[in-house]
Design a protein around this ligand. Structure first.
Ligand code: 3HC
Length: 289
């Protein structure tokens, strides 16, 4: 396996491109146009620059890694990739369009994977050219730091597809876990109810934003409190996943907290727009209520 295609050059896609190139793969990186793919590569160059400063990698290694990342303006060059990973916006219609377009260039034995955080793999596979060669490969943010990949098998996914993805994940040095195609898979099934409950607690006046976060950070030994983590992931993404859990199971324990919905309606999506449960415009994050 020489080459990997990555579709989506945002935070997740760029991270996946970086770790794939770091494992020695040639990476074709695409987005809705070449300029965005190039911006994604520029972000990786910046992240590598910091690693060089910290002497985590050498300058020549950083340059060699970057040289393996090729921004592309169409899917055509990915025809020789053994694995194509989609990490586009978490909207089903966008992903479906991508899978239909990729189907026209996907190599005969190549595998198509989605980094979806919660959309059912079996359903997404229907938009691919061959559901046997379709699989979920779920990375965690920040991709270069987080040690896990969840692998999700759809109903039609073949053993050969699972094997190829297993070899890829091992080459990246990540720990792999295997989940069935159930809502939220493993991590989001457990994480989103915690974030949602923190939003209920805040909405009900149980404690302040800072105290909820401090309590979970120090009381549970989590690196970030749940409201800080929600800002980090994106409140829109958290709401989207919680809605998937709620609507696909019908279980009221997953109903989204009204306060989470309100923040999303306000456009306060978290760090990416500099405002969520905290305001990120100053030097230090300041709670917004
Ligand atoms: N890229 C590369 N490296 C990064 C990074 C990034 N974006 N962000 C931080 N790092 C590195 C730093 O360089 C530092 O490395 P060093 O120890 O070698 O110097 C190390 O990570 C620690 O970073 P910091 O000292 O800046 O800060 P923290 O100690 O607070 O760590 C964190 C930052 C790694 C983000 C940590 O707070 C953390 O693990 N938070 C929880 C993240 C998490 O839970 N992610 C999963 C979200 S759920 C998800 O992604 C699924 C999706 O479907 C929703």
């Amino acid at each position: 396996m020489r080459a990997v295609g990555v579709i989506g050059a945002g935070q997740m896609g760029a991270g996946i491109a970086q770790v794939s190139a770091s494992a020695g793969y040639h990476v074709y990186l695409s987005d809705i146009d070449l300029a965005r793919a190039e911006t994604g590569k520029a972000g990786i160059a910046k992240a590598l620059g910091k690693l060089v400063e910290k002497e985590k990698i050498t300058q020549p290694d950083a340059e060699a890694l970057l040289a393996r990342i090729e921004p592309v303006g169409s899917y055509a060059p990915m025809a020789d990739a053994a694995l194509i990973i989609e990490a586009a916006t978490e909207r089903e219609e966008i992903k479906r369009k991508i899978f239909e377009a990729v189907g026209t260039i996907l190599g005969a034995d190549a595998v198509l994977a989605s980094n979806t955080s919660s959309i059912p793999i079996t359903r997404l596979a229907q938009a691919s050219s061959d559901p046997a060669r379709f699989i979920g490969v779920h990375f965690f943010n920040p991709v270069p730091v987080m040690g896990l990949i969840e692998i999700i098998r759809g109903l039609a996914t073949s053993d050969a597809t699972v094997d190829l993805v297993r070899r890829y994940g091992e080459a990246l040095g990540k720990q792999l876990v295997f989940a069935n195609d159930a809502p939220g898979f493993i991590v989001n099934r457990v994480l989103m109810p915690m974030i949602n409950e923190a939003c209920f607690a805040l909405g009900e006046g149980v404690a302040s934003i800072r105290d909820i976060d401090t309590a979970c950070r120090l009381g549970l030994n989590h690196p970030m409190g749940p409201l800080t983590l929600a800002d980090f992931i994106g409140l829109d993404t958290c709401l989207e996943i919680t809605n998937v859990l709620f609507t696909s199971t019908g279980d009221p324990k997953f109903r989204p907290a009204p306060l989470l919905q309100k923040y999303v309606e306000a456009g306060w999506y978290g760090r990416k727009v500099k405002r969520g449960f905290y305001d990120y415009n100053g030097e230090e994050p300041v709670p917004t209520r």
